[in-house]
Design a protein around this ligand. Sequence first.
Ligand SMILES: Nc1nc2c(ncn2[C@@H]2O[C@H](COP(=O)(O)OP(=O)(O)OP(=O)(O)O)[C@@H](O)[C@H]2O)c(=O)[nH]1
Ligand SMILES: [Mg+2]
Length: 398
Amino acid sequence: MRLEEEREAKKVSDAIDRAIELERQGLKRRGHTKLLLLGQAESGKSTMLKNFQLNFTPKALQAENEGWRAVIYLNLIHSVNFIIDLLSNPASNDIRRYKLSLSPLRQVEVILVKQLSSSDPPHSRADTDNTTDYRRVSEVSIRGGSGWKALLRLHTQPPPPKASDLENARQILDACKDDIIALWADAMVQARLLEEGMILQEQSGFFLDQAHRVASFDYEPTFDDILRARLQTIGVEEHRLIMETSAEQGQQWIFYDVGGARGQRAAWVPFFDDVNAVLFLCSMAGFNEVLVEDRTVNRLLDSFNLWKTICSSHTRLKAGISFSSFVKSYKDAPNDLEHVTDYLKRKFVAKYQSDSLKPPRQLHVHITCAIDIATTSAVLARIRDTVLVNNLLATDML
Ligand SMILES: Nc1nc2c(ncn2[C@@H]2O[C@H](COP(=O)(O)OP(=O)(O)OP(=O)(O)O)[C@@H](O)[C@H]2O)c(=O)[nH]1
Ligand SMILES: [Mg+2]
């Protein structure tokens, strides 16, 4: 029996090895692999992506250092400004002094947000919600694809003639360093935060206890800092990672990192069908927290529901939804992509043939998936060729 069991286990293990090898070869052939990161806001999607970069493309992550420095500065300054706002009634000379000495940080925050969000207006929750939420520090979010990493160009271009905004931020932070440290250590500040039920240490983008380091003139972000830096994702960002590690060298991994807040989730749908894997993240700490966007909903419960929705979502036809039960004229044909596509194509052509004005204009039907760059570029090439040939015909050159 034991030998039989061992043989059986070996068979299973060999089958798994073969499947892995086939998958590996498949990936090699396809040249790249696509991964979709899903989960509610602050579940760690962007952080996972950074971890992938750290492991597989460390040089590329290193090259993003200046961009992350700006995010870390912004995280720290945002916390400081938040505390100053909280102490709006200066109860003591000390508080008045902090307010004055740390006031240059206001302008630095505005500049950093502007720089990070490039042409987009900042999407600060504080902008949309006038009621101050003392339980959380409002966040600054940058729209996906806005090119906030354009900041990184600082890296490859020669230094600008005048001190850059980032350099300015560095100097001001250095000058404010001692007061930031003193503010955070102040017993009155801590008491006020406690009164408001705010535990800043547990919030993302918390760098106050690292102020002595981060605010120093010679500060260089460590990988650990980069992992802790918080920038809310808005929309869907595409990140292309060219693997640097020897086993995967040269392979391209494309990550789709999405915004996880409820208002962002509709944007995920088009990405489901076209990826090799979905990575779903759930923050275990969410069990006693509520959603920022809906304070009546427990975060863990929201994650469960989201997971359920994702598990039950499928390519519509593959999920067994019958095309013919919605389109009555589709009879006696298989419920698969090939036949449904062919049917739709014929339907459009038939309408054109029966209703197009005379003389008929040319019709070219293309099937594509607009989020698939390869198929879409093939279609674009065909469109370009058609336009080119028509132009040549019109000028009697053909
Ligand atoms: N303690 C702890 N913190 C984490 C973990 N993963 C991420 N974080 C922190 O949680 C914060 C939020 O993480 P993000 O990766 O920005 O969250 P996200 O899922 O991309 O959020 P959205 O972009 O808003 O959808 C960051 O400041 C991280 O440093 C974790 O496993 N444990
Ligand atoms: Mg994110």
